[in-house]
Design a protein around this ligand. Sequence first.
Ligand code: NAD
Length: 261
Amino acid sequence: MPLNLQNKKIVISAGASGIGWATAKVCLSKGAIVYLCDIDNKLLNKTKKHPLHNKRLFSYEYDASDEDEVSDFFNQLNKKTKKIDSLINNVGVAGPTGTIDKLSSYDWEKTLKVNVISHFYFSKLAIPMLKKNKGGSIINISSGAGIMGFPLRSPYAASKWAVIGMTKTLAMELGKFKIRVNAVCPGTIKGDRMVRVIRDKAKFLKVSRKKVEKEFISMASMNSWIYEEDIGKMCSFLISKDGERISGQTIPVDGNAIRLD
Ligand SMILES: NC(=O)c1ccc[n+]([C@@H]2O[C@H](COP(=O)([O-])OP(=O)(O)OC[C@H]3O[C@@H](n4cnc5c(N)ncnc54)[C@H](O)[C@@H]3O)[C@@H](O)[C@H]2O)c1
């Protein structure tokens, strides 16, 4: 594998499992140095078994949706490095499932706090480190739900559209500093998150999980699951020199999702 991320310093929020961890592993395999945080201590312990842990991989326990904790994470980071090449704003929860009359304002606010406001906390602290680096790349993980509507998941869809607005605006603000900002929109990913999403939707609609799963896969014209590593490979491309003139874009990795319902 070409080491086209050799010594690139990459920060990932919520990186101990799922898409974040797959992305960390892809970037490590290409020579990067990865700093990740996650809220889940058990999952973080698993990352500590990686052969590059404490060499090129550094994992920390922090809540990405709490401003003080994000600030503590950056204090730790600053002890290791003053400059970074990339920030991947990956944290995001699925939020509640249901029609709007059944959802609570607590769940709505929580979804927006984790999926949008956390990206503000990270970006605010990462941008000075990207400027010191004289350029770099921010990748915001949005979703197919940031391109289309997503019935029964209104707070999630609203949060993922907000991520696109933030991406386009930051790309305009930061272009002059050679900092590129893009949004990656994963499709239906084979993994724990979709197991939970399918379970909750099947329960809400009172149908079988198998039926809901089949429906989800059929929403992509490639009629296929997407894999966590597919998102990691797109992030690695965007961070590398090959992506050096790509900014302000909304990039789906979804097997051509044609609907989300
Ligand atoms: N999985 C999918 O099908 C899918 C599809 C489209 C978009 N996405 C987006 O991709 C991103 C990653 O999704 P995923 O499926 O890998 O997530 P996930 O639900 O598998 O969780 C990944 C990690 O996030 C951590 N986490 C959750 N809340 C946190 C917090 N407040 N602070 C720190 N860590 C926290 C968890 O501990 C876990 O390790 C999210 O933004 C998600 O919305 C996922």
